[in-house]
Design a protein around this ligand. Sequence first.
Ligand code: UT7
Length: 306
Amino acid sequence: MGVRFRGWGTAVPDHVVTNDDLSRTLDTSDAWITERTGIRERRIGGTAKSLGVLAGSRALADAGVEPADIDFLVLATTTPDRITPATAPMIAAELGLTCPAMDVNGACSGFMYALRTAQGLLETGNTRILVIGSENLSRWVDWNDRNMAVLLADGAGAAVIEHDATVNEILSFRLGANGEWADLLTCEHGGYFQMDGKEVFRRAVRVVVESAELALADAGVTADQIALVVPHQANIRIIQAATQRLGIPMERAVVVLDRYGNTSSSSIPLAFDDARSNGRVVAGEYALFTGFGAGMTWASAVMRWA
Ligand code: UT7
């Protein structure tokens, strides 16, 4: 059963918040944030719905398909606009989709979880699916808490994937979850994001490397064959540590966190779209997508571009 990516789209708020902007109200500095995370600025604003609609409409246009051509909408979001209803049906209505629509919460692995769900939905008879990651993390950040305020941001990314009998671009998928690590990164009802950053960091590198190695083995691809790594954009040091352990040169990894910060479910499609617009997505080459997040959840997939 073949799956092919047909189009991509992204959306970020216009409002740029730099490290220096944050340093004016928080006990932090551009030097600390840049050195410890790699983040220089981030975009703040919008809602999961508004950003998702924009990214989704751009993906439809890029794919050259009409709303009626979409059989299912899967939205990855950690920050739905309301607890209920889900945000996906509201995005679907705005885009003119009349298909089923649902939210998936895999935290920062969310886009990967949504993509795997969509792949399964194609296997059960759907033809074309819109997958969106959209986040409004800033709404759940305590802007007096330097631990989270310097990291999280808003944005969205989307892809149209479709059944294709002649090619297959998703070669393997490895997902995982461990709820025993749930308390490492949380946001309670009515509360704010809280994180044990050091522990998340340590486990993130481990689960990314383990799941990536399994996904590579499943695909029958070696690390040196990977031309592009599209990692979750949480911290440049996590990306450096994971690529080093995998034996993949850091230059092959896409990094957009310097401009966008950590946008959770949106970070992988934002990174991919950046790679694509810079000519880094080449037919015949292999790519590794890999992410981790609250839950704790993780996911790796190997792609080969048709
Ligand atoms: O999307 C998935 C979830 N998120 C992540 O993946 C994040 C994973 N974790 C991380 O990225 C890193 O652990 C952080 C960026 C959160 C923290 O970096 P770190 O190198 O682990 O720093 P630390 O927590 O060990 O703190 C080092 C020092 C401490 O001061 P002392 O005890 O050495 O005096 C902190 O109090 O830096 C201090 N510090 C800060 N200083 C300025 C902590 N946060 C800040 C800050 N600005 N924002």
